[in-house]
Design a binder for this molecule. Structure first.
Ligand code: ADP
Ligand code: G6P
Length: 355
């Protein structure tokens, strides 16, 4: 029962294990929507929420039903559904979608406790990011678009070492142990959500360097579901063909091991998908325009918008490879999806029947 032009919050789900680049992705996404997202003013300094003019990003850790001590006592990890309150998650996301503000709990990552709640007003776009946005069927059905960041074990390990060893002083053994300890629950509860995602960004070790185990050069695949309303997959050269492209040469500078793009149709968990892949990294970010000009259906508003976004955030991790490129592209596709949803609601009944 939507009246014409009614503003209803568009809800996006972003799933990934922690430490897999969700916050970096969110910064790229909100930048594409035209404004950096910031923590709520005057609220709990340990709030996990980010707010911009258009977008509110909430962290699903806030729906932990067991705090750190509770999890220890019961012997369950944060990945375990029993440590999370899906009834409340569903009620609150549904309320926001219906235009009603909610009092959302805050999981305090510093203390490991549940803090007093904060008010979340219905934004134009709500992003729910965390471990389980597509786990509960009721919550999943509220999503207008869903993304899964699929970081392979090798790469996850390399990123964790970089962060936890360099910045937090953990030992190699303890990092290995914590990844191993999470793995059974990760495989049981987090990983299966990727079958529901409209877009998956898969991050793998490069195939350009034989036996590479450094995890610095990455092969990144953007898997895009076919037939999703308001989402038409990006393609390279010719939609539906199978393409392999090495852009290095006169127009693009590449040092070892170079760059290789692939594109083509495939199936993923029984769904028809299109896959765009980039292996390797850019030497000069401004030359990305050459690659951008060969991609189609990228939902840019002007020539070179992807390159401009990538240059603007060249300090973010992954800016010289497919992670940054595909996160930016997904951001543009979500902006396009949002605008199409708004336009379809604003359409008069006559126009709506024409479509
Ligand atoms: P999350 O929000 O999922 O915990 P972050 O965006 O904070 O993840 O990233 C966690 C860490 O992983 C970063 O500090 C960085 O070291 C590493 N990282 C994230 N994305 C990338 C990337 N695309 N390339 C390389 N390292 C990355
Ligand atoms: C959050 C993160 C989890 C992480 C947990 C720490 O919930 O999303 O990925 O494991 O905090 O839990 P712990 O029980 O180790 O404090």
């Amino acid at each position: 029962t939507c009246s014409a032009g009614e503003q209803r919050t568009v809800v996006i789900g972003l799933a990934a294990d922690s430490g897999c680049g969700k916050s970096t992705f969110m910064r790229r996404l909100t930048s594409v929507f035209g404004g950096a997202a910031e923590p709520p003013r005057g609220g709990n300094p340990d709030s996990n929420t980010l707010i911009s003019d258009t977008t509110t990003v909430i962290c699903l850790d806030d729906y932990h039903s067991l705090d750190r001590t509770g999890r220890k006592e019961k012997g369950v990890t944060a990945l375990d559904p029993r440590a999370n309150n899906f009834d409340l998650m569903y009620d609150q996301v549904k309320a926001i979608k219906d235009g009603i503000a909610v009092e959302k709990p805050i999981y305090n990552h510093v203390t490991g406790l549940l803090d007093p709640p904060e008010t979340i007003k219905p934004p134009k776009i709500l992003v729910i990011e965390g471990l389980h946005p597509m786990y509960d069927a009721r919550v999943r059905d509220l999503l207008d678009f869903s993304i899964y960041l699929d970081i392979s074990n090798e790469v996850k390990f390399a990123w964790k070492i970089q962060r936890d060893m360099a910045e937090r002083g953990h030992s190699l053994e303890s990092i290995k142990a914590s990844i191993e300890a999470r793995k059974p629950d990760f495989d049981a509860y987090i990983d299966p959500q990727k079958q529901y995602a409209d877009a998956v960004i898969e991050v793998l070790p490069t195939q350009l360097i034989p036996d590479d185990n450094e995890g610095k050069v990455l092969r990144v695949r953007l898997i895009m579901k076919e037939g999703v309303t308001f989402f038409s997959p990006v393609y390279l050269f010719d939609e539906g063909s199978t393409i392999s492209w090495i852009p290095c040469g006169r127009k693009l500078t590449c040092s070892y091991p170079g760059i290789k793009f692939s594109y083509g149709p495939d199936t993923y968990y029984g769904h028809e998908v299109s896959v765009l892949e980039m292996d390797g990294q850019f030497d000069r970010l401004d030359e990305l325009i050459y690659v951008e000009s060969h991609l189609s259906n990228i939902s840019t508003k002007f020539y070179g918008e992807i390159t401009q976004q990538m240059l603007k955030h060249s300090d973010f991790p992954g800016s010289n490879n497919g992670t940054g490129l595909f996160q930016t592209i997904v951001g543009l596709k979500i902006r396009d999806l949002f605008e199409q949803i708004v336009a379809s609601r604003a359409a008069t009944p006559l126009e709506a029947t024409k479509a």
